[in-house]
Design a protein around this ligand. Structure first.
Ligand SMILES: NC(=O)c1ccc[n+]([C@@H]2O[C@H](COP(=O)([O-])OP(=O)(O)OC[C@H]3O[C@@H](n4cnc5c(N)ncnc54)[C@H](OP(=O)(O)O)[C@@H]3O)[C@@H](O)[C@H]2O)c1
Length: 237
């Protein structure tokens, strides 16, 4: 059984994979979840991570993950809720089944995992355990094109303060609200320029800036119930 493990959802690509590698570099036992089996996930397993396949867009998938984590770990140092679905097809955000999937992934899964895994977080031998919700800076403004996605991330942001109150003083609960971090394959030049123009710093930073913020929360002993925008200064643009 793993002790003081970090549970990271959506570890198979892009930001999640970057964070998974950094967690292993720091020597923390890692439980990495994925939906699609990729070479990246197999590499994490080769390097010692426990990998668990789970589709978090359904209640059954969430319960499956819970059972697997309880079978693999006796204590957790942190949970990082990174798994996310970005509806590139704008209409999907308006489809009822798409809405439900987004709510399950971004709200029900963190809510259920935080609650059911509280005993494992309380059991860490570290001074604190952490829960980190990865939200989205656009929740401050809303989105005409992706109302359901943004609503689900806003609900996740709200869970931050509720769980911070519920789980103190052992467990700190914070959220990170990224802006444009990494473009998706297929984003066209006009879209890219529009997104870049929305931040004061105006560039595509890549995953390191989010990992630095995750480490900041993990290493800091006096911050809970907060949301930190990692967005290059969208509010001053
Ligand atoms: N990239 C940005 O510029 C940006 C901007 C704002 C916010 N964020 C937030 O930062 C986080 C990481 O971003 P990213 O761009 O790296 O995300 P991403 O490329 O979309 O990857 C998200 C991960 O979530 C997993 N996932 C999707 N649907 C799932 C489901 N139903 N069940 C379980 N896992 C599922 C995917 O798993 P599989 O690969 O296994 O299918 C994928 O590995 C996300 O929370 C995102 O909302 C990112």
């Amino acid at each position: 059984m793993l002790e003081n493990a970090i549970l990271l959802t959506g570890a198979g690509q892009r930001l999640g994979y970057y964070h998974a590698e950094r967690i292993l570099e720091r020597g923390w036992p890692l439980i990495a979840t994925f939906r699609t089996l990729r070479p990246s996930i197999e590499q994490l397993a080769t390097r010692g991570a426990v990998i668990i396949q789970a589709d978090l867009s359904t209640p059954e998938g969430i319960e499956h993950l819970l059972d697997k984590v309880k079978a693999k770990a006796s204590s957790l140092r942190a949970i990082i809720h990174n798994a996310s679905f970005w509806p590139t097809d704008v209409e999907l955000a308006l489809d009822p089944s798409g809405f439900e999937a987004l709510m399950n992934l971004h709200v029900r899964a963190p809510w259920r995992l935080n609650d059911a895994l509280t005993p494992l977080l309380q059991a860490t031998t570290a001074r604190f355990a952490d829960i980190i919700h990865i939200t989205d800076t656009t929740i401050a403004k809303g989105s005409a094109r992706r109302a359901a996605y943004i609503a689900s991330k806003a609900a996740l942001d709200s869970l931050t303060r509720s769980f911070a109150a519920r789980l103190a003083p052992k467990v700190k609960v914070n959220s990170l609200a990224p802006g444009l971090i990494l473009f998706n394959e297929g984003d066209d030049e006009a879209y890219k320029q529009d997104r870049l123009s929305r931040s004061a710093l105006g560039y595509e930073p890549g995953p390191a800036v989010v990992w630095q913020a995750i480490e900041f929360f993990l290493d800091n002993g006096f911050i809970t119930g907060q949301s930190l925008a990692v967005d290059g200064g969208r509010n001053v643009r």
